[in-house]
Design a protein around this ligand. Structure first.
Ligand SMILES: Nc1ncnc2c1ncn2[C@@H]1O[C@H](COP(=O)(O)OP(=O)(O)OP(=O)(O)O)[C@@H](O)[C@H]1O
Ligand SMILES: [Mg+2]
Length: 233
């Protein structure tokens, strides 16, 4: 991984009303490779990704994408700066077909083969183009969400629990695609499946009650006794 950061989060504080959810979070994401964000339920992982994506407005701190301060940029303009986001919930339009979901994802993409590329990544979707997304299985829905986010041609893709509720065989398929993707773009992955997260990620941040409590290269974090303590219920 190079030293240059594609995403830099500096001193971020996000609140829900008067309740503070993120406390001075800082992290750096290089242009390629994968960063994993780990932490117990309620640690603030989704809040962090929503703040980076622009769905939540931080009260303090900065979000810099590719050298540009995007802290006050609306979500859709961040997409134009190369940011893709696969949210934990409602990641697809459940009332629309697979084809319609992909067509919307490809809206801003001038490459007419972009949808074919997403379908090549997840061939299971190609058999289900006319199926309503709300009737897809959990795994198929995650594939559609990732395939759709990739149609925006992101340089940086935020993935909030891409394998949540997904059967083991499909988890491996998703993990394999993410491992390939990280060669060319930057991934920030929130993942409950510890082994999987540590196998995809180069670098890991562990959150505890809205703060980063532990960080380091995945190989090092894997052996840290602190890790299990921070993830214990
Ligand atoms: N809309 C909201 N209003 C008030 N508090 C919220 C809201 N969303 C989240 N929170 C609180 O903020 C904290 C962080 O929540 P967040 O969803 O970011 O955690 P998480 O690490 O993603 O958890 P999980 O692993 O369960 O998805 C929790 O205490 C949660 O209850
Ligand atoms: Mg969450």
């Amino acid at each position: 991984m190079s030293d240059r950061a594609l995403l830099e989060v500096q001193d971020l504080c996000t609140y829900y009303g008067r309740s503070q959810a993120l406390f001075n979070m800082s992290l750096k994401v290089p242009p390629t490779g994968a960063i994993a964000i780990l932490g117990r339920n309620g640690a603030g992982k989704t809040t962090l990704l929503q703040s980076i994506a622009g769905e939540l407005r931080p009260r303090k701190g900065r979000i810099v994408i590719d050298g540009e301060d995007c802290t006050h940029l609306p979500t859709e303009r961040r997409a134009g700066r190369g940011l893709g986001y696969v949210p934990q919930q409602q990641s697809v339009f459940s009332g629309l077909s697979v084809r319609e979901n992909l067509t919307i994802g490809a809206f801003a993409n001038s490459d007419s083969h972009a949808i074919d590329q997403s379908l090549a990544l997840f061939p299971k979707l190609a058999d289900r183009l006319d199926q309503i997304a709300g009737t897809l299985s959990g795994g198929e829905r995650k594939m559609l969400a990732i395939g759709r986010a990739l149609l925006g041609g992101p340089k940086l893709l935020l993935l909030d629990e891409p394998t949540e509720g997904v059967w083991m065989g499909v988890i491996e398929e998703i993990a394999d695609r993410l491992t390939n993707l990280r060669k060319n773009i930057a991934l920030v992955i929130v993942e409950q499946h510890l082994e999987l997260a540590l196998s995809i990620a180069n670098y890991v941040y562990v959150m505890d009650r809205g703060r980063i409590s532990l960080e380091g290269p995945a190989d090092k974090i894997k052996r840290s006794p602190e890790l299990l303590r921070l993830l214990a219920p």
